[in-house]
Design a protein around this ligand. Structure first.
Ligand code: FAD
Length: 362
């Protein structure tokens, strides 16, 4: 019998299970589909919230910690598995109309290098491909990106390398609770017993009777398109009004993303393709000439303020929730998994965990 069952094998479940395992906990991760096949695959992999100064400190503290940990994690995954997650320092140029002083105060508080740029030559020295719509903004040269499908592949390979137990195609249908205490989970095939269960089921985290009324996480669909280009055509991440361009190492260029609250629906639409293409061409006109190679959608685990649950359930002993990272699960996941592990092992956490508790506003 494992000490701890993790329900869901997205980035959050994978990172949590791996860290617990490395601390000597007997884990079992159960995933209803393939590991890393949902939102964690579909995202953009920017290692920063899009507009971090608009978020609560509780989000920023996780983002800043993850930025420190990611290079070491990626190095370790490469040593273990030979998989390169393509963590690269692209920098991020954001077209903004927000209060400059507030942004600079945020940058100072979190020690993020950031400067305002509003002349054509300086902007084009940062990213030569941008169009006239990119006429002023904030340049953050140290923002990284990771190729998130490669991250989840590397995490899966690390599970195989370290022999961390997991089962794919295993949908948890019920969390077993007796006398306000968790004792395991039921799947269609069998029952698994454990004294601790972590719900890390992304957009599906409120589906269990034990979490339905207490966990406020809803699916928020995001559509994305990908162009096939040549390496070096675009070098920087460019963002304006929630639309962004992410250049990958091999020349592919992602353009995202929509925000749609329409339930568990992952169909892609031609309207979204038009919206994303139009916004992308405004930012980087040369995209007009490149073929769109692929379009997809993912379901973000949406919370109102983007503050994840990283906590023990208020009413059920042994039940933990690690979910609701909304638009930022890739950047926040590494640090929030550290916190989840501290909570489970009853160690002093690295920061105040009150904002991530069940009763807090998420
Ligand atoms: C278009 C888009 C762009 C994004 N861009 C970024 C970005 O640039 N940077 C960033 O940090 N974040 C980004 N995100 C957000 C990020 O992808 C998510 O916050 C993160 O992937 C959430 O991880 P997760 O593990 O909680 O969810 P998921 O990856 O969805 O994993 C949850 C897993 O739980 C499994 N599951 C569900 N129910 C059950 C069950 N009953 N039994 C067993 N398994 C179950 C699912 O199959 C799934 O694999 C983006 C998301 C989208 C959609």
């Amino acid at each position: 019998m494992p000490d701890c069952i993790i329900v869901g094998g997205g980035a959050i479940g994978l990172l949590t299970a791996r860290q617990l395992f490395l601390q000597g906990v007997d884990v079992l991760l159960l995933e209803k589909g393939a590991l890393g096949g949902e939102s964690s695959w579909a995202g953009g992999g920017i290692i920063s919230p899009l507009y971090p100064w608009r978020y609560d400190d509780s989000v920023n503290v996780l983002a800043e910690r993850s930025k420190v940990v990611y290079p070491e994690l990626v190095r370790t995954l490469f040593e273990e598995t030979g998989s390169d997650c393509e963590l690269i320092n692209s920098g991020l140029f954001t077209v903004v109309n927000d209060d400059q002083q507030a942004i600079l105060s945020w940058a100072k508080k979190w020690s993020v290098e950031a400067s305002f740029v509003e002349d054509f030559d300086s902007i084009h020295a940062i990213e030569k491909s941008v169009g006239d719509a990119v006429n002023k903004g904030i340049w953050m040269p140290d923002i990284m990106q990771i190729r998130n499908p490669k991250l989840v592949d590397a995490l899966k390979a690390s599970f195989d390398y370290l022999s961390i137990p997991y089962q794919e195609q295993t949908s948890v249908t019920e969390i077993i609770v007796e006398d306000n205490k968790v004792s395991g989970v039921r799947t269609k095939q069998k029952t698994f017993f454990a004294d601790k269960v972590i719900v890390a089921s992304g957009a599906w985290s409120a589906q269990f009777s034990a979490t339905r009324s207490s966990v406020d996480v809803l699916p928020v669909k995001g559509q994305m398109i990908m162009y096939k280009g040549e390496p070096g055509l675009v070098k920087r991440i460019v963002l304006s009004e929630g639309h962004y361009i992410i250049p990958r190492k091999d020349g592919r260029i992602l353009a995202g993303s929509t925000l749609e609250k329409i339930g568990f629906d992952k169909t892609v639409s031609s309207a979204a393709l038009d919206e994303l293409h139009h916004a992308a061409v405004e930012l980087v006109p040369l995209l007009e000439t490149l073929p769109v190679e692929r379009q997809w959608a993912g379901l973000r685990p949406g919370t109102e303020k983007g503050i994840p649950y990283i906590c023990q359930h208020d009413d059920v002993e042994g039940l933990f929730v690690h979910a609701g990272h909304f638009r930022n699960g890739i950047v926040l996941g590494v640090a929030s998994s550290e916190l989840m592990v501290d909570i489970i092992l009853q160690r002093a956490p690295r920061c105040d965990v009150t904002p991530y508790s069940m009763g807090a506003a998420h």
